[in-house]
Design a protein around this ligand. Structure first.
Ligand SMILES: N[C@@H](CCC(=O)N[C@@H](CS)C(=O)NCC(=O)O)C(=O)O
Length: 212
């Protein structure tokens, strides 16, 4: 149907972030679970995301990939959920700032850390994230400003940046600074987060059962 929302995902992936965002939005959506070894690289899915990666979101005819873009798209497509400052509002500045900061510098710094790659100090100027320590310090200041990243209400930036922090601490790619732990505790109590987790955990169990 014209306005159908479909989430292409795997329950053990960044798709968990997109699902959390969908649960925050509160609109009905369908889920298509893809398998890492097969359907994610099959022509039918490559036509949706040529990267062969999840998550992806279809909204009618529109397709959006990249988890941060999915969160931002949903917040704008469903403004009644009040998960983004309206276009033109000055709060769009911190909203964009932290969303892009997490999708760029944070993602690159934590991935490189996981691979054991350290930027040589003399090359920090040309690397967009500078150093891992600089990224962590900037992020710590951002989450220490108030309860949320943007103004005084929860937004899609908290879903995306918060997930980077929460999952990062869980997988050991993010430092467990007290400010990160306190921020994660504040935002991970959202009922939408609990619903998303329950759905993804159930799907994980189902996949494991199928695999034997
Ligand atoms: N930049 C993408 C990254 C997506 C990504 O790497 N997804 C992983 C799972 S978390 C994946 O689909 N990997 C499968 C593969 O590359 O074969 C985003 O933010 O959505």
């Amino acid at each position: 149907m014209a306005d159908d929302l479909v989430l292409y995902t795997n329950p053990q992936s960044r798709g968990r972030i997109a699902r959390w965002m969908l649960e925050e939005i509160g609109q009905p959506y369908k889920t298509e679970v893809l398998d890492y070894a097969s359907s994610m690289k099959a022509p039918a899915y490559l036509a949706i995301n040529p990267m062969g990666k999840v998550p992806a979101l279809r909204h009618g005819e529109a397709v959006v990939t990249e988890t941060a873009a999915i969160c931002a798209y949903l917040a704008d497509a469903f403004p009644q959920a009040k998960l983004a400052p309206p276009p033109g509002d000055r709060l769009r500045a911190p909203y964009y700032r932290w969303m892009f900061f997490a999708a760029g510098p944070v993602e690159a710094a934590t991935s490189n850390k996981a691979l054991g790659f350290v930027v040589p100090p003399e090359r920090e100027r040309m690397i967009g994230y500078g150093s891992f320590a600089q990224v962590m310090n900037a992020l710590e200041a951002a989450v220490s400003r108030g309860n949320y990243l943007v103004g005084d209400s929860f937004t899609a930036a908290d879903v995306y940046v918060g997930s980077a922090i929460g999952f990062g601490m869980m997988f050991g790619t993010m430092e467990k600074r007290p400010a990160f732990e306190q921020y994660w505790q504040r935002i991970s109590v959202r009922p939408a987060m609990a619903r998303a987790k329950e759905l993804d955990d159930a799907q994980t169990a189902e996949l494991k059962k199928k695999a034997g």
